[in-house]
Design a protein around this ligand. Structure first.
Ligand SMILES: [Zn+2]
Length: 248
């Protein structure tokens, strides 16, 4: 279950709280605009999270997965050309920044591996979540130990896609037509979170190890920034939240 800890401006998962060596969460709008590195640092500090370095991704809507450089010396490491990251390195805080796209966090408490990925419609269409989990499996993580947290994102209520994009998805994901797509107006409503949830399940991991946040970043203006709601009409109010995970 994901829980909104209002005083911490954070949404956390009960799946992580049982492991003292894994810190993970998703910020709310109250934490500030995480496009600014100072906001990220401020939030972590306020939550008593003290990383050796913060790992950021370029987020180019790909399905490219990288590893941080364990010999990197600075307090910020940017992984270029990447939308996913996996590591066993303690003290490296993996950060994904989003406003509507799905931030996904991963961990295997037994092999002590963590990950994070940025999943917009392009990354979803490329099955980045499946790619991330497969890499964990190939590196020895057992299905019963892989945990996945799907953070706050836009829901079907506010996510319209046109017929062309729908057709594009049907080429590779027709099996999810009924659960993740609904006819609406000239096109379709698409449920990005549900689609990523189904893609994660398809890898063989367990339902009980997947947590997801059921509210909508576009509808819930009080708690979240939203690209769709704000970017064009209220750009001065726009910002991004972050999902973060770290091994200690
Ligand atoms: Zn909505």
């Amino acid at each position: 279950m994901l829980i909104h800890q209002e005083e911490l401006n954070t949404i956390t998962s009960t799946l992580t709280t049982r492991y003292s060596y894994i810190t993970a969460g998703f910020t709310t709008r109250e934490a500030g605009d995480c496009r600014q590195i100072e906001v990220i640092k401020r939030h972590l500090k306020a939550n008593y999270i003290t990383p050796r370095k913060i790992v950021l991704l370029e987020q180019i809507h790909s399905s490219n997965v990288s590893k941080p450089d364990t010999t990197h010396l600075g307090d910020i490491e940017l992984l270029e050309d990447s939308d996913g990251v996996l590591t066993k390195e303690a003290g490296a805080c993996l950060v994904i920044r989003v406003a509507d796209c799905v931030p996904i966090l991963y961990f295997d408490p037994v092999r002590r591996v963590i990950g994070a990925s940025h999943n917009g419609w392009r990354g979803t269409e490329k099955n980045l979540v499946g790619e991330m989990i497969q890499i964990m499996q190939q590196n020895g993580s057992k299905n019963e130990n892989i945990h996945v947290l799907l953070g706050p994102a836009i829901n079907a209520c506010c996510y319209d896609i046109d017929l062309d994009r729908y057709a594009q998805f049907m080429e590779t994901m027709e099996r999810f037509n009924k659960v993740a797509f609904r006819p609406h107006g000239e096109g379709f409503h698409m449920n990005l979170v549900r689609l990523n949830y189904e893609l994660a399940l398809e890898t063989g991991i367990y339902k009980r190890n997947i947590d997801y946040f059921p509210f909508c970043t576009s509808c819930d203006a009080k708690r979240f920034y939203s690209f769709r709601r704000q970017y064009k009409t209220h750009p001065h109010e726009f910002g991004e939240m972050m999902g973060y995970i770290m091994l200690t």
